[in-house]
Design a protein around this ligand. Sequence first.
Ligand code: SUG
Length: 448
Amino acid sequence: MSHFEVNFDGLVGPTHNYAGLSHGNLASMRHRGVLANPKSAALQGLAKMRALHEMGVPQAFLPPLERPSLTKLREFGFAGSDADILRRAQQEAPGLLRAVCSASAMWTANSATFAPGHDTLDAKTHITTANLISNLHRSLESDETAANLRRIFSGEGFRHHGPLRGGPTMGDEGAANHTRLAPAHSDPGLHLFVYGHSAYEPGTSAPGRFVSRQTLEASKSVARLNQLPPSRCCFLQQSPAAIDAGVFHNDVIATGNEGVLLHHELAFADGRAAIGRVERQYEELCGQKLLSIEVPAKRVSLAHAVDSYLFNSQLVTLPDGAMCLIAPEECEESTAVRAFVDDLVADPDNPIRSVRYFDLRASMRNGGGPACLRLRVVLDPSGWQTVPTGVKIDDRQLRALESWVERHYRDALAEEDLADPALVEETRVALDALTEIMGLPGLYSFQR
Ligand code: SUG
């Protein structure tokens, strides 16, 4: 049975806001305190899902987590009624309050790393939930995300692992630092793991300005847990200079799809030599040449790449076999990036035939582009059949989700609103209604 790729986008949660929580993520740092509009953020995400669905690309979604998380605030020592806890947290620990309110689970590229059954030693589909330990607000996601993934991928062909324990030495940010390359999704493939630094191996210099979030030790552990043989894994170090320029995940500077790898000239620590390694290993494994497309710094500087999020575009295969670049509108607005994309699409020597630009500004202001918003899952039809219908996107579900957002989301959310007890209640009512739309009762801990 032939495998295919499904994009599981994160449904933007009702507390979407700009809390400046991610050091090293320039957009997050720049937009701290900007008034958020959760409703339009969620509708922008749904518009992307609708467009991909209408293009014939299989589409699904992962639900938001319950935020604000009163459970986490209790774990941090706050006690009393919900209103008391929120008030005290705002007075005594505003940073913690911002962290427990973040809707950051929307960036599902960071939720886990998948390895499909036609690549793994035991022929099972393996899923390792990311620990996201580099940032408190993101680390709080991992146990809830693991539970949701177990619920959604519960068929007998799935095996779940993680989140990795072990502190910063085991920092893992999921599929944002992982790309599966194969002649087609239905073919066995090569797994490219990109890490920021190694805790133990000499010669892997770390960035100076910002921290690197992914370690080699974590990437190798994920590969082992996911039952990937060494011949199917390639580990490359990210360029420390790129991390210091704001490239906090590899998917901010490189992207791939099937047999194409699009990357910036300055993405990897060893430059051309690194690309040469992937090309050789891919050819040995897959019996074909990898098409690696390098974007020279002369055409698109590192700074422009980070500002426009060109490499955070989704590269998707359409039903006719051609590829389409799903890019943020910021790419269209940059003269240099737009010119590069026009040339890319016009070049008959690659399979990228079209580009579609999307308004994802709400997510982009937090450093989350099209690719951050989705987790790629390669499945066979029997695995897909075990996935609950309620997370699968079709016209009916899109309409239900759009009107759910219209009904339950605020159109303005400022930092001071995070301590509003009404927000907790509104969110619970919304998530209750969502579990009905999804047909997944009891998904949230406040539900009985
Ligand atoms: O982890 N931003 C996210 C963006 C994640 C992007 N994902 C990928 N590149 N795959 C992060 O830095 C900002 C939240 C805030 O500041 O309110 C944030 O968490």
